[in-house]
Design a protein around this ligand. Sequence first.
Ligand code: NAD
Ligand code: MG
Length: 387
Amino acid sequence: MRKVTIFGSTGSIGENTVDLIKRSPEAYDIVALTGGRNVKRLAEQAIELNADIAVTAFDACYTELKDALSGYDIEVAAGADAVAEVADRPSDWVMSAIVGAAGLVPGLAALKQGKTLALANKESLVTAGPILMGEAHRYQATVLPVDSEHSAVFQALVGEDIDAVERVIITASGGAFRDWPTKDLHKATVEDACTHPNWDMGQRITIDSASLFNKAMELIETKEFFGVRPDQIEAIVHPQSLIHALVGFNDGALMAHIGPHDMRHAIGYALHWPNRGHVPVERLDLAKIAQLDFRPADPIRYPALRLAREVMDAGGHAGAIFNAAKEAAMDAFIARNIGFTRMADVVDATLSTLSGEIGSCEDMSLDSVLAVDHLARKTAQEIIAAG
Ligand code: NAD
Ligand code: MG
């Protein structure tokens, strides 16, 4: 039986992971599940999967979780430290599916066991890619990408030589506003931004998809995960979201990965890796799909893509500043304190204000990343407050 821990089990990726695991209960022994404020669901999952421990990230939710699990032989804990501490419990396969920079510390802690980290939390690669990949190397842990585009690239690279790769193309649906005139984008509301044309995901990544901040993060994620140069990485709008990524080789071949809009594909690939196992996703009917469309990803319409290029070129702590400013800007957008297009302005201004903090990759440590993250959130909030 494989010992499994799921960070962020109550979220969209977490639920999809639980769904796959529940289909083969004899194969998995659940060590720990962690969640946030949805304590009812966390307790249900812990009972259903017979987890050893359930942890909520929020101290205030402890009593509710304890009550929900009273009478069951399941340990209960609360708080950010408790979430990171469960990473010390032996697990063969750990899913990192917390949303935001909060996923960084638990993911890093899990690498120390030298086992497998299935990485959905893209923010950890954006904020601290060199540290995460360095720790994976140090502890000889395997990191498997769970973002659909990166899982697609990973699959296209099986058996290939990374030196033969000329380019990596990741696709973007274009998000909720892909057919809106650019001049109307400033009017977009939170409700408008939360409707994704193709994928059913958590609220924050759905808003990031509408602004293409999600794609911007995925460009950075590609650089950090695969070690390719920024000029080798492209984004293209593909409204059907069926091709998730393409890898171009030095003989001109393009290997495309095509699959349904269902994160259980990428999760299932990571769960069964290095083999392929049955995954209950829709089988595509290509004749019915008939057509695949592509459009250039316009950096004027999508300033997040331009910012991602600046971050990749700058290196060092630029990713940590970018991500923290983006998270602060999104909080302000969700609270209706700023408009949709202001989010990119806030990130841009925060990067300019903190250009002296970027440093280089060699200057990076977990402490420096957390300090820069804190500073960037504060700076972004000041920029937002100044109007
Ligand atoms: P979600 O909002 O649905 O779920 C997030 C999970 O993290 C929940 O379990 C929540 O309780 C927990 N959480 C929230 N704040 C926390 C905190 N401060 N500390 C600890 N736990 C906390 O998010 P999601 O859509 O499942 O995305 C999870 C991660 O996977 C994100 O990094 C996202 O970018 C990435 N991702 C998601 C998808 C998708 O289809 N949803 C696709 C690719 C990548
Ligand atoms: Mg993705």
